[in-house]
Design a protein around this ligand. Structure first.
Ligand SMILES: *[C@@H]1O[C@H](CO)[C@@H](O)[C@H](O)[C@H]1NC(C)=O
Ligand SMILES: *[C@@H]1O[C@H](CO)[C@@H](O)[C@H](O)[C@H]1NC(C)=O
Ligand SMILES: *[C@@H]1O[C@H](CO)[C@@H](O)[C@H](O)[C@H]1NC(C)=O
Length: 428
């Protein structure tokens, strides 16, 4: 019941967690299941390591020697991080092309970094003078331009926003004062955040960079109460990074820690965001997506465009592959719910979801025999089984009178994700 469409238009929320946490999550989010996370900013220019480059190079003590070496080898002495900005030029950025790829991936929402920990905004923030994509670099409103293209393809649009900024002087001042002052929050963060919401009306705020200070420092509950009560986006969804100790506890859906991988069904809606890794999409990634959905989560797939605005061909290929697979199998994914059992170890692992009166059994490995035995579904004389992508009913026989069935599988076709889904009707 927590995930049903809310009474967002009538309820008023007060600026405390008890009230805010009781807000039902807008239904579109749970139904969407798959999103795209775009990490794009000045950090794309060195493109070395990750979006944490600046911190590893000049923030942490001692600095990361690989980053230091990279800089001394490739850039003149005294080169500073902000000097990367002019090379963040986005000259080939075609938001329509990106949105076409995202749409083809089968994702239902897109989240762009509006501001990462480096503080550079990918829109013309008046609170980030000369450190934004309109004053410097691309000289373009990236947040606005991508948003228009994404929404034009009926995808939901969200924005990532880092609360803290590693090197902002006001933030450093507050930090020195052990967060007993709020200079940064009152004069930089909040004016910018309110402005961003009113201008772009994002449907997700993916908050981050919260952990050094408590939610009271960030004014998180006051901001969220405004967001839910009075902002122009009542269907907005937020995550749980709103202050030290909030993750996995307060806010909208839960991201928890970065590598959060629950073993069993969590009680609260959650989202898994994946970091860029070198594992091939075909096997590992798809398995993670299916496991995430079976356990009630959403899956946010990360993409890192180049500073000149291209999506690397290898990402595009993977995204289109996921889309091709979802086109056949989406019935078991979009708007599905976790079933009463989430996984069964048959001869291969089988994950379950359901939608309406259909139960879906998801195999991420090809069974060694042309049969598979499922012990969890309870059959009836009217039970039918099909393989998604084909209408043909598959022969099956009961294992026990009231539990379990053995299904005779057809030759399993090649799929880009190496995952096959059986649709069971008339089972419970
Ligand atoms: C997308 O843009 C095209 C061309 O400008 C327009 O005709 C169409 O209605 C738009 N679609 C949506 C969903 O906004
Ligand atoms: C921040 O929170 C304080 C109370 O803790 C409140 O007085 C103030 O109005 C809030 N400011 C904003 C901009 O939300
Ligand atoms: C299924 O197998 C996996 C891996 O072998 C194991 O971790 C898990 O606990 C098993 N689950 C059930 C429900 O038996």
């Amino acid at each position: 019941p927590v995930w049903t469409p809310g009474h967002c238009h009538t309820a008023r929320y007060t600026a405390d967690w008890k009230s805010l946490d009781a807000r039902p999550l807008p239904a579109w989010y749970d139904e969407a299941k798959v999103g795209i996370f775009v990490h794009w900013g000045v950090f794309s220019v060195p493109g070395f390591g990750s979006e944490w480059f600046w911190w590893h190079w000049q923030g942490e003590q001692p600095p990361d020697s690989k980053c230091v070496k990279f800089m001394s080898k490739n850039y003149p002495p005294g080169f500073s991080y902000p000097e990367f900005a002019p090379n963040f030029n986005a000259e080939f950025f075609n938001p329509g092309d990106w949105a076409d790829i995202f749409k083809a991936s089968g994702a239902k929402y897109v989240v762009l970094t509006a501001k990462h920990h480096e503080g550079f905004t990918t829109w013309g923030s008046p609170n980030s003078w000369n450190w934004n994509s309109v004053d410097t670099g691309p000289h373009r409103d990236l947040v606005g331009d991508l948003g228009e293209a994404v929404r034009n393809r009926s995808l939901h649009y969200g924005l990532y926003n880092s609360l803290y900024e590693w090197f902002h002087p006001l933030y450093l001042l507050d930090k020195k004062n052990r967060f007993r002052t709020q200079e940064f929050v009152m004069h930089k963060l909040l004016p910018e955040l309110y402005n961003m919401v009113v201008r772009y009306k994002p449907e997700v705020i993916w908050s981050d960079g919260d952990w050094e200070a408590p939610d009271t420092y960030w004014n998180s509950t006051q901001f969220l109460a405004w967001l839910y009560n009075d902002s122009p986006v009542k269907v907005i969804v937020t995550n749980d990074r709103w202050g030290a100790g909030c993750a996995c506890k307060h806010g909208g859906y839960f991201n928890c820690e970065d590598k959060f991988t629950p073993g069993k069904l969590p009680k609260h809606k959650w989202e898994k965001c994946t970091s860029v890794d070198k594992f091939s999409w075909g096997y590992r990634r798809n398995m993670k997506l299916l496991r995430t959905v079976a356990l009630g989560g959403n899956y946010l797939l990360n993409v890192g465009p180049t500073p000149d605005g291209m999506i690397p061909a290898v990402f595009e290929e993977r995204l289109r592959g996921v889309g091709a697979w979802l086109k056949i199998n989406g019935e078991a994914i979009y708007a599905s719910k976790p079933w009463r059992i989430q996984i069964e170890n048959s001869t291969v692992p089988v994950w379950y979801t359901f939608q309406g009166s259909s139960v879906f059994a998801i195999m991420t490995t090809k069974p060694p025999k042309p049969t598979v035995q499922l012990m969890e579904p309870k059959t009836s004389p009217t039970t039918t089984v099909t393989l998604l992508g084909s209408q043909k009913p598959l022969p099956w026989s009961p294992v026990n009178p009231n539990a379990g069935l053995t299904i005779l599988l057809p030759e399993l076709p090649y799929t880009p994700g190496q995952a096959w889904i059986l649709k069971l009707d008339g089972v419970h």
